[in-house]
Design a protein around this ligand. Structure first.
Ligand SMILES: Cc1cc2nc3c(=O)[nH]c(=O)nc-3n(C[C@H](O)[C@H](O)[C@H](O)COP(=O)(O)O)c2cc1C
Length: 457
């Protein structure tokens, strides 16, 4: 099989994935808002030749149960990941960085300027996870009474990307920047264009504030696996983050995204598909099992159910446990309702969904064992589901990541499943091969590229 790609999925908040685990004595996640912790992690991942670290992000918090949210640190407090990326870029030379920005709440002009700046400062190592997020507490924080509904958020995201492509791809021609001190011409104004966008949700008239960065458009990621989310991914994404309860479900989702990409006129292999991966590694199986039991002892069921409510708007504890879950609909994130309605895996009632979620939370594939066991499991899932890589999820910071880098990465390398050295500078080239710094021609963003104008000098 081809080589795997590896990322880490994290977030600037004390709990990630297993609610309650922040209180584990070995967990350093209470230092989530300090640079030394993240610099140590970024350098560790770079030693492990990881492709990137991804920081998820969203606005809003679990407003219905603030006491529980704050007591157990359920998405509160959360710091802004974009602001640590330049510091992490300075502490590393090769690791990629991906973070989320939401078309529901941001503005294309300011967002494009931020990502271009990061792409410059990191030498082309930046990716943008586009999440069509909603949520009433986020909406209220931005002065709105409600977030747009599910379908409308994806419409808005589509338009946001169109406006972003105009700025990132169509405003500055290649060769516009001269930096010619002799002739005193920094940039050639005839090659920098004002772009206009007037749509249903966004209006702008501007030239892009930044000169073209190494990748121009950051590598685009997407994470919503609802029906509409997959179509959006198929059109725009170059990387997709999936989580599925079974190999079959993962295979079906991956195949569906690739099919839809083809229908959008794109190379189906132009999208790298990542599954979440939670790995508990021990030098022996017994040691791994002991670790897993230790982590489980810190779980909080009430906090876990609050993360479900925060993502979906559904309070599982308030539903009749014997009621069928199949008819449930929501205007919030649907990946986590469809995960149970499309692939029930024997989980049918609201009570069973609550038990299942309290056990698994938002984790992807879960593996436990020796480094060889973990590598076997990764190989099996990647081959059977036809995916390109994994996004490692923490139990403890930084222990989970250190165990993986020190124990599992060497096994993957020995098997020829993972790189021994970084082969390219930019994140896009690392994912798609040397020379591919920019969006490929079959990507919808490429249509906004401007043909070079005749030399005005
Ligand atoms: C790996 C992964 C990362 C995610 N990252 C974010 C994120 O950073 N911000 C966010 O609001 N939602 C995030 N989500 C949640 C989904 O994107 C969520 O499903 C989406 O907001 C709603 O779209 P949907 O209805 O298509 O699921 C993530 C989901 C997964 C699986």
């Amino acid at each position: 099989m081809t080589r795997l790609h590896l990322g880490v999925f994290d977030i600037l908040t004390p709990n990630q994935m297993t609610q309650g685990l922040w209180a584990h004595p070995r967990n350093e996640s209470h230092r989530y808002n300090t640079l030394p912790l993240w610099i140590e992690i970024a350098q560790l991942l770079e030693r492990g030749k990881f492709d990137f670290i991804f920081f998820a992000d969203s606005y809003g918090y679990p407003e219905n149960k603030p006491e529980l949210a704050l007591r157990e640190a359920v998405y509160a407090p959360v710091a802004d990941p974009m602001l640590i990326l330049s510091a992490l870029a300075a502490a590393t030379t090769r690791l990629g960085f991906v973070t989320t920005a939401s078309p529901t709440f941001e503005q294309p002009f300011a967002n494009a300027r931020r990502f271009s700046t990061l792409d410059h400062l990191s030498g082309g190592r930046i990716g943008w996870n586009v999440v069509a997020s909603g949520g009433s507490s986020a909406a209220k924080a931005f002065g709105r009474s409600e977030a747009p509904g599910h379908a409308e958020r994806y419409e808005q995201a589509d338009e946001f990307l169109e406006a972003s492509y105009k700025l990132l791809e169509g405003s500055w021609e290649d060769g516009a920047v001269l930096r010619d001190k002799e002739r005193r011409i920094f940039a050639d104004a005839s090659k920098v264009h004002v772009v206009r966008h007037e749509g249903r949700y966004f209006k702008l008239e501007a030239s892009h504030a930044c000169e073209p960065s190494p990748q121009r458009t950051p590598v685009l990621f997407q994470a919503g696996s609802s029906e509409r989310g997959r179509d959006f991914a198929a059109k725009h994404a170059e990387g997709v983050f999936l989580k599925a309860p079974t190999i079959e479900a993962l295979r079906e989702q991956a195949a569906d995204i690739r099919r839809r990409a083809e229908a959008h006129g794109r190379d189906p292999r132009g999208i790298k598909i990542f599954s979440g991966l939670s790995a508990v590694v021990g030098r022996t199986r017994e040691e791994a099992a002991r670790k897993k039991a230790d982590y489980r002892a810190y779980r909080s069921r009430e906090a876990a159910l609050l993360t479900y409510e925060n993502a979906t708007g559904i309070d599982l504890a308030s539903l009749d446990p014997d009621a069928p879950f199949a008819g449930i609909r929501t205007e919030r994130g649907r990946s986590h309702t469809e995960r149970y309605t499309r692939h029930s895996g024997g989980v049918q009632t609201a009570g069973q969904v609550a038990d299942n979620f309290a056990d698994k939370e938002f984790r992807g594939i879960r593996l436990c064992g020796t480094p060889e066991d973990i590598a076997d499991g990764m190989q099996e899932w990647a081959e059977a589901a036809d995916i390109d890589g994994f996004n490692l999820e923490r139990y403890l910071l930084p222990d989970t990541l250190r165990d993986f880098v020190e124990l599992v990465v060497p096994v993957l390398q020995q098997r020829g499943l993972f790189r021994r050295e970084y082969e390219a500078d930019t994140l896009r080239e690392r994912l798609f091969g040397p020379g591919r710094r920019k969006l490929p021609d079959d990507h919808p963003g490429a249509a906004f590229r401007r043909q070079p104008s005749p030399d005005a000098r």
